[in-house]
Design a protein around this ligand. Sequence first.
Ligand code: SF4
Length: 265
Amino acid sequence: MRDKSDLTKPVNEQNFIPDIDKYCDEWCERCAFTDRCGKYSTHEMDYLETEENDVTSEVFWEKFTETLQTAKNMLSEIIEREGIDLNTPEMDAMMAEQQEHDDIAWEHECSRDARAYTGMVKDWFDAAKELFDDKRDQLVLSAQLELPNVNPVAEVNSIQDAIDVILRYQMQISLKTIMAVRRTIVDKLKAYPDSPRDPEGYAKVALISIDRSVTAWSTLREHFSDREDEILDILISLDRLRKKIEKTFPGARAFVRPGLDEITP
Ligand code: SF4
């Protein structure tokens, strides 16, 4: 674990990769770059230590409230120092413009399909309780009978991993897709000079999340063959979404994410 004094050093002195967290999938538990990521380091020290990472502990919520209060105070100070008036016609116009961008991004065909996928996952898992109960009973029986050529532990691990991947990326796919679309709209309108390829980075994360979800659903298809038709429908939807994102963001696959696509961990 890093020393807190590391945070006072410039980023390159800490061996952190600049912007590595900008286009990652935010799954730190499975990331091979935690020791090169400044965000992880800060987050680790602020939230991941002992009780501060336990949402059931008072310490966690005290820390959370403290963080929110600090952010609020900082914002108030900036507003006061810069003399920003939040109740001006310009500010209203800016807020309306932001809302308009949000609405357009939300209704884009890629965003719509991504949101529909999020709903499909929820519906499938809502209806799967009995399915999982049956599978658990079947695997327990297999273990008790010590059937040859059957490995219940491996099967449990395989199912659990597939479920973890699907649920992990369920929201990520729509979030990153909407971010990519929204950023495209803003870039087109404002001609952002500093990050012209930003949308492709977000689209790439969405595509990677889709690829991994496809693999995970294919695994579930093998374990739950009687649900094959439902799973196939989901796989077809994911494939359709993948093609739409690739068409909308043709440079996404080739986008090089800082660190993640440059270094072999
Ligand atoms: S780069 Fe890795 S460690 Fe850093 S925020 Fe992303 S997933 Fe977490």
